[in-house]
Ligand binder design. Structure first.
Ligand SMILES: NC(=O)C1=CN([C@@H]2O[C@H](COP(=O)(O)OP(=O)(O)OC[C@H]3O[C@@H](n4cnc5c(N)ncnc54)[C@H](OP(=O)(O)O)[C@@H]3O)[C@@H](O)[C@H]2O)C=CC1
Ligand SMILES: O=C1O[C@H](COP(=O)(O)O)[C@@H](O)[C@H](O)[C@H]1O
Length: 489
C-alpha cells in the first residue's frame, strides 16, 4: 500500500462552497499540506456555480480556513504552498457542456483526476456524464462519492448504476467518514495484531457487544435533509453498520481493499432480518423533546429551526442485532445512536462472559465480567475492565474492579489525531480503496435497513419521546433489561 504522496493529482472539489467543503475538506487539505503529504505538482480545483476569479476563490478559502481550522492559526508558509495549488472553475453541474471548462486547468496525462462530489447525490449522474464528456473519466481517474448513496435500496441502485455507466468499481471511492477515524482504523490493529483478542473473539468468550454513537448536537440547521432521513438512514445504515462489520468480520487474508470488504460484506449478509414479526422486540425509535444538554436549554426536535409539526422522524435508534453465523451465534450486538444526548460519546464495548466457576463466591456472589471498551471519540483509547486483589495484609482476598487504560492522548502524546477527512482525501489521492465502501456493501446495508424502515412504517407508531440531554427513551433501557443487561455508561 502506498503511503507517500508520489502521485500528482488534479483534485476537483465539486461543491467547494458548500458546508462540507468549507468545514471539513478544505481544512483537511490544509493539514495534508502542513504534513507534507500533498504532492507539489497537485492542483486543487474548486467548482461551484458562482462567478469568481481565482484570487477571490483563494481569499474565500483563506477566510474559511481561518474560521474552521480548530485551535490553530493559519501558518503562512503552509498557506502559501496550499494557495499555489488552488484553482477555480465556475460551472453549472446540470449543464453537461459546462464541464468542458475543466479542460483549461486539468491535465489527465500529467496528473490523476480525482473528482470529489461534495454535492447532493441527485447530481451524481450529471457529474459522471459531464466528466466523461470532458475526457476526465478514463482510468486512472477516480470519483469520490459523499453519502448518502440513496434513500433506500432502490434509489441507491439508481445512483450506483448512474456512476457505473462511466466509472469502474475500482475507480469509485464511496465515503463513510467513520472509516477514516483513527480509532475505527485501530479496530483492525486491535483485532488482528493482538493474539490475546484473536482467540477470545467469538461466542465462546463474548456475552454481547454494545456499540454506542451518541451525539450532543441536534439537527444543526439541516432539518429538511434530516427529516427525510432520520437517524436510521443518517447514522445506522452507514457508520454503525460499518463499525459493526469491522468488529464482527472474519480475519481478512490481507490488508487490501477487497479482502477487507469481502469479509465486511459477509457480516452484512448474516444480519438477521428484522421485519414486522420482530421489530417491536428488536428496535426502539425515539425523538427528542425539549431539555438541557451540557447545562444549556435545548429545543425539542419539533421546535428546531425549519421544523414541520407532527413529524414522526426518529432522532434516536436502538437495535438488538443478531448475526447468524458460527462465530456470533447467541451473541447479540446492541446498537444505539441519537442526537441531543448528554454528550458526544462513541464507544464499542465487548462484554465478556463471566468466569465459569467462582472461587470467591463466599465474599463475591457475582464477579463482574471483563469488558473491553474501545473509545472511538472523544478521549480516544482502549480500556480493559478487570478484577484485581486490593493490596493488603489481614483481610482475606478483597477484590476490586480496576482498569487498564490506554489513552491515545497519553500514549501517543506527540501524535496529532488526524481528522477522518484528512485520511480519506489522502487515501483517495493515493488510490487506496480499503477505507471506502464497495457497492455491494452499501446495497446489502440498505436491504437490511429497508426492512426495518418498512416495519416501522407499517406499525405507524410514533417515535418514543426522550428529553434532550438524556440517553434516549426508557424503552432502550428496557430492551436491555429484558435480557438482564444494561448499557455501559
Ligand atoms: N455537511 C456535512 O457535514 C456533511 C455532508 N455530507 C454530504 O455531502 C454532500 C454535500 O453536503 P453539504 O456541503 O452539506 O451541502 P451544501 O448544500 O452546503 O453544498 C452543496 C454544494 O453543491 C453546489 N451545487 C448544488 N447544485 C449545483 C449545481 N447545479 N451546479 C453547481 N453547484 C451546485 C452548491 O452550490 P451553491 O453554493 O451554488 O448552491 C453547494 O456549494 C451532501 O450529499 C451531504 O449529504 C455528508 C456528511 C456530512
Ligand atoms: O454523517 C454524519 O455524521 C455526523 C456525525 O459525525 P461525527 O464524526 O461527528 O461523529 C452526524 O452528526 C451527521 O448527522 C451525519 O450526517
Amino acid at each position: 500500500m502506498t503511503t507517500t504522496p508520489n502521485q500528482a493529482c488534479d483534485l476537483i472539489l465539486f461543491g467547494t462552497k458548500g458546508d462540507l467543503a468549507r468545514r471539513k475538506l478544505l481544512p483537511a487539505l490544509y493539514q495534508l499540506e502542513k504534513a507534507g503529504l500533498l504532492c507539489e505538482q497537485s492542483q486543487i480545483i474548486g467548482v461551484a456555480r458562482d462567478e469568481l476569479d481565482r484570487s477571490s476563490y483563494v481569499e474565500l478559502v483563506k477566510t474559511n480556513l481561518v474560521r474552521f481550522l480548530k485551535k490553530e492559526a493559519l501558518d503562512d508558509k503552509v498557506w502559501q504552498a496550499l494557495a499555489a495549488k488552488l484553482h477555480y472553475v465556475q460551472l453549472d453541474m446540470t449543464k453537461i457542456s459546462d464541464y468542458q471548462k475543466l479542460a483549461a486547468v486539468t491535465e489527465p496525462n500529467k496528473r490523476i483526476t480525482v473528482s470529489y462530489f461534495a454535492t447532493p447525490p441527485a447530481l451524481f449522474g450529471d457529474l459522471c456524464r459531464g466528466l466523461a464528456e470532458a475526457g476526465l473519466a478514463a482510468e486512472p481517474s477516480r470519483v469520490v462519492l459523499e453519502k448518502p448513496i440513496g434513500h433506500d435500496l432502490a434509489s441507491s441502485k439508481v445512483i450506483n448504476d448512474q456512476v457505473a455507466e462511466y466509472f469502474k468499481e475500482s475507480q469509485i471511492y464511496r465515503i463513510d467518514h467513520y472509516l477514516g477515524k483513527e480509532t475505527v482504523l485501530n479496530l483492525l490493529a486491535l483485532r488482528f495484531a493482538n493474539a490475546i483478542f484473536a482467540s477470545n473473539w467469538d461466542h465462546n468468550a463474548i456475552d454481547h457487544v454494545q456499540i454506542t454513537v451518541a451525539e450532543e448536537v441536534g439537527v444543526e440547521g439541516r432539518w429538511s435533509y434530516y427529516d427525510d432521513a432520520g437517524q436510521m438512514r443518517d447514522m445506522v445504515q452507514n457508520h454503525l453498520l460499518q463499525v459493526l462489520s469491522l468488529i464482527a468480520m472474519e480475519p481478512p487474508a490481507r490488508l487490501d481493499a477487497d479482502s477487507i470488504r469481502d469479509e465486511k460484506l459477509k457480516v452484512l449478509k448474516a444480519l438477521r432480518k428484522i421485519d414486522q414479526s420482530n421489530v417491536q422486540e428488536k428496535t426502539v425509535r425515539g425523538q427528542y423533546s425539549a431539555g438541557f444538554v451540557a447545562g444549556q436549554a435545548a429545543p425539542g426536535y419539533l421546535e428546531e429551526e425549519g421544523a414541520r409539526p407532527n413529524s414522526k422522524t426518529e432522532t434516536f435508534v436502538a437495535i438488538k442485532v443478531d448475526i447468524d453465523n458460527w462465530r456470533w451465534a447467541g451473541v447479540p450486538f446492541y446498537l444505539r445512536t441519537g442526537k441531543r444526548m448528554p454528550k458526544k460519546h462513541s464507544e464499542v464495548v465487548i462484554c465478556f462472559k463471566p468466569q465459569p466457576h467462582n472461587i470467591f463466591r463466599d465474599t463475591y456472589r457475582d464477579l463482574p465480567a471483563n469488558k473491553l471498551i474501545i473509545r472511538l471519540q472523544p478521549d480516544e483509547g482502549v480500556e480493559i475492565q478487570m478484577m484485581n486483589k486490593i493490596p493488603g495484609l489481614g483481610e482475606h482476598m478483597r477484590l476490586q474492579q480496576s482498569k487498564l487504560d490506554l489513552s491515545f492522548d497519553e500514549t501517543f502524546k506527540s501524535q496529532r489525531i488526524a481528522d477522518a477527512y484528512e485520511r480519506l482525501l489522502l487515501e483517495a489521492m493515493l488510490g487506496n480503496q480499503y477505507l471506502f465502501v464497495r457497492r455491494d456493501e452499501v446495497e446489502q446495508a440498505w436491504k437490511w435497513v429497508d426492512s426495518i424502515l418498512q416495519a416501522w412504517k407499517d406499525s405507524n407508531e410514533p417515535p418514543k419521546a426522550y428529553q434532550a440531554g438524556s440517553w434516549g427513551p426508557v424503552a432502550a433501557i428496557s430492551m436491555m433489561a429484558r435480557d438482564e443487561r444494561n448499557w455501559d455508561e
